[in-house]
Design a protein around this ligand. Structure first.
Ligand code: AMP
Length: 221
């Protein structure tokens, strides 16, 4: 089962993808996480991607496609995966279709996490991320039990370089201009399922699991 999560920054794609991956025993692919890892390891890709990411701009496809293609060839994806943060443009959706098609695979469902602007700005402004396991916390909505420390693995929490108010606005702008067109792209393909991301993360998770199970059962019919 291949599940794609779509939605504005701050809609909860990363948080949902991680929990969903655990519940469905599927790997989580986040192009943002892969890029951040390249930046922190100082790879050539990371060096080139860094400036785009810090501005809240999209990293060009020339840099991204090979990274994604390599990931799609890894054996752990044989039963499926949860894709978060890719595609972000219609050309990327076409690249993804081709990459999957070449591997005789296709997306099963696209879940659009529909969140309102005030909610996403509030979430991103207080977001804290675990430096080791990647779990997200929030300064007021979901504070860690111990200040600056991940409840689960005990590593330190940090604020992402692009979670500054000015960069958040730029990322939302990029989303509206470049990414929101994907909603009708996948609607036309009859793959899109809308879920209100303003609800609690537990409610959102259960809704996505139900959608995934329905799609799985339908594919067996
Ligand atoms: P995310 O963690 O998904 O919010 O991504 C963080 C940043 O990584 C984005 O603001 C972009 O600069 C870059 N990025 C992640 N995924 C993509 C993508 N599919 N296309 C272009 N840039 C991306």
């Amino acid at each position: 089962m291949i599940i794609e999560l779509l939605g504005p920054p701050g809609a909860g794609k990363g948080t949902q993808a991680k929990t969903l991956a655990e519940r469905l025993h599927l790997p989580h692919i986040s192009t943002g996480d892969m890029l951040r890892q390249n930046v922190s390891q100082g790879t050539d890709l990371g060096k080139q991607a860094k400036a785009f990411m810090e501005k809240g701009a999209l990293v060009p496809d020339e840099l991204l496609t090979a990274m994604l293609a390599n990931r799609l060839d890894q054996a752990d994806l044989k039963n499926g995966f949860i894709l978060d943060g890719y595609p972000r443009t219609i050309p990327q959706a076409e690249i993804l279709d081709k990459l999957l098609n070449d591997r005789r695979r296709s997306i099963d469902i696209v879940v659009y996490l529909d969140a309102s602007e005030p909610v996403v700005i509030q979430r991103l402004c207080g977001r804290l991320v675990c430096s080791k396991c990647g779990l997200n916390f929030h300064k007021t909505n979901m504070p860690p039990k111990k200040d600056g420390i991940c409840d689960v693995c005990g590593a330190s929490l940090y604020t992402r370089a692009d979670d500054k108010e000015e960069t958040i606005r730029k990322r939302l702008d990029v989303y509206l201009k470049e990414t929101s067109g994907l909603i009708s792209f996948y609607e036309k393909k009859k793959k899109l399922h809308r879920v209100s991301a303003d609800d609690s993360s537990e409610t959102v998770l259960e809704t996505i699991i139900r959608l995934a199970k329905n799609a799985y059962d339908t594919s067996k019919v």
